[in-house]
Design a protein around this ligand. Sequence first.
Ligand code: SAM
Length: 208
Amino acid sequence: MTHTAELKNGLDQLALGLNEQQLALLDGYLTLLAKWNHTYNLTAVREEQRMVSYHLLDSLSLVPHLNGGTRLLDVGSGGGMPGIPAAIARPDLQVVLLDSNHKKTTFLRQAVIELGLPNVEVITSRVEAYQPEQKFDRITSRAFAELAEFVKLTPHLLAEGGQYLAMKGVYPYEEISLLPETVAVAEVLPVSVPGLDAERHLVRMVAK
Ligand SMILES: C[S@@+](CC[C@H](N)C(=O)[O-])C[C@H]1O[C@@H](n2cnc3c(N)ncnc32)[C@H](O)[C@@H]1O
């Protein structure tokens, strides 16, 4: 099944100019997600067509905001969102997909091999226990945890001058009010995802 027309349209709306090879990789990723969803319990979205906006385009809406840095960590990556689409769109970035669930990381390793993504590493670990050799310029998450928990579990992973990019739904007033003193919110951007009616926001945070 090909999703290319809907994808191309969505990418145009996001102003992401990807080449044919990147488009084929995104399509291939979606096919793997749909194929292995039942086995690995990757997403509640069952219809491939809906996965285009819910998963691919939503994940890709992060990409225009990944300015600066070379190392990106996706915490609680699950079936690879937003990390895999971001890695396909930005092959110049080194992307680490981290999840504590072995089933999820088994799928992720398989997907990385099948798609041939040299810039992606998969780690099975609880994020609080993860001790990489190098820290990260950008740390992202989608549907992982409330903002306060996200930043409390990860201070040892953020490089100096690095940023958190948390993908959220409605404007997270309450979660922001509960953030610890150690971080500051740099901006909260409303994000429009082609094909999705739901409100989306990107919260950019920095260490104080
Ligand atoms: C709701 S899923 C979200 C998956 C994906 N980011 C998405 O948007 O579809 C949350 C993921 O976080 C992982 N997770 C929860 N706590 C974790 C922790 N402390 N360290 C690493 N991964 C964790 C779970 O295994 C799960 O795969």
